[in-house]
Design a binder for this molecule. Structure first.
Ligand SMILES: N[C@@H](CCC(=O)N[C@@H](CS)C(=O)NCC(=O)O)C(=O)O
Length: 203
């Protein structure tokens, strides 16, 4: 069955899915659309909800980045069997996405002065708020959100790298345990080989 991931030619919400697919050793078509020339009206109208990422297995389509990531992770034992532990991990991915929701206005804003104001607010109000808490939790849980490697770690690294691309800030430099986790995920089998051949993303 043909597997396809449709996303922009950037990291964004698609990169953790690429990492998970490569870690799982899945053969898939990594179909990338030019972020700079978006929207492509025809492509947008062809998407179930007008947005990427879209994951396909044969004729079956799945939208929503976290649903896709969780599905791939489930097959790879990257989710604990215990419902409570799963819920705790879900709460972490939603919190990671809460952080990212503060970055979206910056991405959408075109005016340079307003962009700078939003960036300052993200730095002042959001980065340390979230990342000091993530750092503490990781330190207390053997460097992982779930005490060992789970899908949340992949999602986390994808968001950190996206923050780097859009905000030009290397968040992990200020948070050592976060930095160690980023390095660990990027060195995982499958991910490491993919990262070595990946072209740098540019905006
Ligand atoms: N909740 C959705 C959000 C999807 C989303 O915001 N996609 C963006 C890219 S990250 C998109 O397709 N933007 C183009 C558009 O809305 O036209 C998810 O997690 O997949």
């Amino acid at each position: 069955m043909t597997k396809k991931l449709h996303y922009f030619n950037i990291n964004g919400l698609g990169e953790s899915i690429r990492y998970l697919l490569h870690y799982a050793g899945e053969k898939f078509e990594d179909i990338q659309y030019d972020f700079k020339s978006w929207p492509d009206k025809k492509v947008k109208e062809s998407l179930p909800y007008g947005q990427f990422p879209l994951y396909e297995e044969g004729d079956a389509k799945l939208t929503q980045s976290l649903a896709i990531a969780r599905y791939i992770a489930l097959k790879e034992n990257l989710l604990p069997p215990d419902p409570w532990e799963q819920a705790v991990l879900d709460s972490f991915v939603f919190t990671i996405y809460d952080f990212w929701s503060n970055v979206l206005p910056f991405i959408k804003e075109q005016d340079p002065a307003r962009k700078a104001t939003i960036k300052k607010k993200i730095i002042d109000d959001n980065i340390d708020f979230y990342f000091s808490r993530f750092e503490k939790h990781l330190k207390e849980n053997r460097g992982h959100f779930g005490g060992k490697l789970t899908w949340v770690d992949f999602v986390f690294v994808g968001i950190i790298e996206s923050a780097h691309l859009f905000l030009e800030i290397e968040i992990e430099k200020e948070y050592p345990t976060v930095g160690t986790l980023v390095k660990e995920v990027l060195r995982l089998p499958g991910v490491k080989e993919y990262v070595a051949t990946r072209k740098p993303y540019v905006l």
